[in-house]
Write a protein that binds this ligand. Sequence first.
Ligand SMILES: [Zn+2]
Length: 438
Amino acid sequence: MMDRRQFTGALAGVFAGAVLPRGPFVARQLPDAAGINAARLNAHLKELSAFGANPQGGVSRVAYSDFDRAGRAYVMDLMRAAHLDVQIDFAGNIFGRRGGTDSTLKPIVFGSHIDSVPEGGNYDGDVGSLAAIEVAQSLAEQSVRTRHPLEVVVWQNEEGGLYGSRAVSGQLTAAELSNKAWSGKTIEEGIAFLGGNPSRLAEARRQRGDIATYLELHIEQGGNLERERLNIGVVEGIVGIKQWEVTVTGIQNHAGTTPMDQRHDALLSAAKFIEMLNRVVRGEPGRQVGTVGRVQAFPGAPNVIPGRAVCSLELRDLDASKIDRLYDTIGAEARKIGDADGTTFEYRSLHENVPAPSDPAIRDLIETSAKSLGLTTRHMPSGAGHDAQAMAQLGPMGMIFIPSIGGISHSPKEYSTPEDCARGAAVLMGALLLADKR
Ligand SMILES: [Zn+2]
């Protein structure tokens, strides 16, 4: 890997004359650092937001809708204008390719998604997709040839569950093809609607080692960067998620005739469980999170002591062993609650997502790229899922975050400043050029 001086030297032609305002709130003009055309990038963001625009100011461009297909046609036009060779793979993902000078090298893949949640915003996925195209356009305009082939990717149906990227990483199962998407189409119908071929899905798959590097720029979707007035988040990885259904069993009885000291109230034990979980998760340093998001009491009548309570349990962290350890502690503490209350706790696994750490060397490249532009950074986990977690199965992965104003996302109120979008694109370009030297 290069040190900062080598980096600056190597990119002198590209970064020449670049002056970037420091700090997120001082920019008087858009940063055109690293050859990024900030005004063009932000104009493209505005144009893309017209596809599926909703009255609240965001977009409802759910996967496999007419708006999704029209938005994809728009980005494919941008890709062609950026001199990329555009193809839709069998899984319905869009790839825009550009050759490198060394045909023996695997491609550097970079991009994001443009589908949204219902009543979503104009930045989630869009910033990373359009910034990737902007990088390709800038490289073409400045006649920069990379050693590695480049592939700009726009994944299909990220919001529904990373369908496009998981098809490529080999994690998508045949059974999932009949799942219904928000558009009303099944995944199988949706892939065909976008120009893919569900019967040849296996051919979209790539193997570990098939990509040299994967890079994705994304909005933070949390408020940490804005709160700390920092420009760039260097993502340490995407947290693992484990979810369980917890059933608490007590004794159902009359709420009027059963004295308070003779009850085995399942809901009361569940309430203690929620308080205990919060205490255990907060009881050690780190950024682990734990949540009970759903509770039901049975039979659910005002005059009956609940004999059964069912709640969810979710734990997230970058470290799978920490999740397992917290789960064990919670189980032991719950047994104590059960012993005191005369109730029992049972657990059923609902869902598991393994953590996807980013590559430490790629983190360094992102850090170097940001620092060379005079930007401030912090390293942080991603609590939300991204296509990058599927790509981490195939090769070294890195993600770049920019601030989300107010930490708001999956909402029409989602906002990142034009300056921050341009900064993110500039960091992406620098990181890509550094990755090309590896
Ligand atoms: Zn996203």
